[in-house]
Design a binder for this molecule. Sequence first.
Ligand code: ADP
Length: 179
Amino acid sequence: MTNRIELIQGDITKLQVDAIVNAANTSLLGGGGVDGAIHRAAGPELLAVCQLLGGCETGEAKVTKAFKLAAKFIIHTVGPVWREGTQDEEQLLANCYKNSLQLAAENDCKIVAFPNISTGVYHFPKDLAAKIAVREITLFLEKNKVPEVVIFVCFDQDNFDIYKGLIKGNRHQAIERDA
Ligand code: ADP
């Protein structure tokens, strides 16, 4: 169990895994941060299929192919904008992880990589977001055989340091490797 969560620092678009998760917005039509990076790397076909999806509610997730990426699938999920905790943000962020993992399992994705959803321009506190992410993924992996491995991909140093501490604290193995 414990060795099913890994941690790396790097660019999620470079990973050769079954699915990468995108921290999208409700339009699913691209944006800044990791969303922009994924759309740039996947190419214009991604936008074309996203236009057919009719957007996505906060906390929900939708899956597409990954086009030019080395990954097979992109799971697009919409994190909550942090509004001082007054809008059910913690539950909505938990839902992002749960619903993304559910889609990964349905598509038989054995290795799935997550960015730190909502901790960029959506300003969710990084410590709290990381606790929720580790909790939800641990719960899901305890109940499901697929995904076999979940990789947290931290882009910024703050998140990487937080996850290093948390995963050790939870007696998970933290494996750092090149993205
Ligand atoms: P949100 O709107 O959900 O806050 P952002 O894309 O602004 O989404 O930020 C989410 C997280 O993604 C941030 O922690 C940011 O550092 C990280 N990030 C940005 N670019 C990349 C990338 N290429 N690969 C992985 N993570 C990234």
